[in-house]
Design a protein around this ligand. Structure first.
Ligand code: NAD
Length: 291
């Protein structure tokens, strides 16, 4: 059994991106610039945006965080987005989710110019991705693909079972792995799937993205399967200073001995997602997807 080390893969990719950025700047271009809009005071969102800002610095991007108060109206957020859409100094931007309840996330996502939508959530980018056209891929699915590539895990002709059908993880990774080049036979499971245990047990590759701590147990996993654990659930713990710890969707200790590869939580898929955002921002600066 091999543990998939997301931290190591992310560190290597970060170095590669940093080298490409220096080359880009040395050839006379402006430094890629990523803007993050953060509305309100959600603690987790502040942490995520902080990590993104730090990573921008590490790869040599310019980064700006626009912090807007909780009571920001939908209209003024949409105005901010309209301004960033046409700002020639901004290559890509993200609006950190979740947003306060009085703002429609869908309206906000659709207001972003697809050319600057480096989170890859705009329906134009989703549609292009599904059609196999160049697009900004959503970060978590792209991070999973990078891990599979790095560890040279065979996907062609293998049965991949994805648990969870969200727009940001389950659905896009199921679609991407079914495309040419990855060539998996994919089953997408969700809360209404019947005989889920049997379906998961038939998977050569299992991607767990349902958000239920330690849901996937050893009896659900085929011997030698590849296990990608996307889930992150915070649970109280008296063994850590912070008073909580993170659990994945897979019962790691009992599943790990049965499989060929497994991603730990934390340190598996998590570190990869910011890297994908950096990749998309560099693509935006180089106008690789949209001319
Ligand atoms: P979501 O809540 O939007 O979707 C969960 C999906 O799981 C739904 O489609 C639902 O049908 C399915 N589901 C729920 N219970 C089920 C059950 N008992 N059996 C089968 N399917 C079931 O979740 P999401 O946004 O995709 O996130 C999933 C998990 O991944 C969460 O823990 C989240 O924190 C984590 N996550 C991690 C990263 C990362 O960087 N590692 C990124 C995004 C999300």
């Amino acid at each position: 059994m091999q543990i998939i080390d997301g931290k190591e893969v992310a560190a290597n990719l970060r170095k590669e991106i940093a080298a490409e950025v220096e080359q880009w700047v040395a050839s006379g271009h402006r430094r890629p610039h990523l803007v993050a809009i953060l509305v309100g005071n959600d603690g987790a969102s502040q942490t995520y945006v902080g990590h993104k800002e730090k990573c921008c610095g590490e790869v040599g991007f310019r980064s700006t965080v626009l912090r807007l108060p909780e009571e920001t109206t939908e209209e003024s957020l949409l105005q901010e987005i309209a301004r960033l859409n046409v700002d020639p100094e901004v290559d890509g931007f993200i609006v950190q989710l979740p947003l306060p309840k009085h703002i429609s996330e869908q309206k906000v996502i659709e207001a972003i110019d697809p050319k600057k939508d480096v989170d890859g959530f705009h329906p134009v980018n989703t549609g292009r991705m599904i059609s196999g056209l160049p697009a900004y891929l959503p970060a978590t699915p792209d991070g999973i693909l990078e891990l599979l590539k790095y560890y040279k895990i065979e996907t062609s002709g293998r049965h991949c079972v994805v648990i969870g059908r969200s727009n940001i993880v389950g659905r896009p990774i199921a679609n991407l792995l079914s495309q040419k080049g990855w060539d998996c036979t994919v089953t997408l499971c969700h809360s209404r799937t019947k005989d889920l245990k049997d379906v998961v047990r038939s998977g050569d590759i299992v991607i767990a993205a349902l958000g239920k701590a330690e849901f996937v147990t050893a009896d659900m996993v085929k011997e030698g399967a590849v296990i990608v654990d996307v889930g992150i659930t915070r649970v109280p713990s008296n063994k850590t200073k912070s008073g909580w710890k993170l659990l994945g969707d897979v019962k790691f200790d009992e599943v790990a001995p049965k499989c060929s590869y497994i991603t730990p939580v934390p340190g598996g898929v998590g570190p990869m997602t910011i890297i994908s955002l950096m990749k998309n921002t560099l693509k935006a600066a180089r106008k690789e997807i949209y001319k």
